[in-house]
Design a protein around this ligand. Sequence first.
Ligand SMILES: [Zn+2]
Length: 78
Amino acid sequence: MLTCKEQVARSSDYLDGQLSFREKLMVRHHLMFCRNCRRFIRQMRLMQATLRAMPQKPEEGVEALAEQLAALRRKDSS
Ligand SMILES: [Zn+2]
């Protein structure tokens, strides 16, 4: 099984669909058992979605991103 460090190193490739079939299975397997990495992947996914949806003005995008992450953190701690 992957360590969390190895998992994190593969996260962006995983989200981009760049991993080989075998590596993808390893990542999924790790995510099944590791709550922390599940949360990490969720945050990365949200961040990517936010960056893609970023408006023309960069400052607004950064603000929206910070807001979304804050909302996510609130949800997790409740
Ligand atoms: Zn982990």
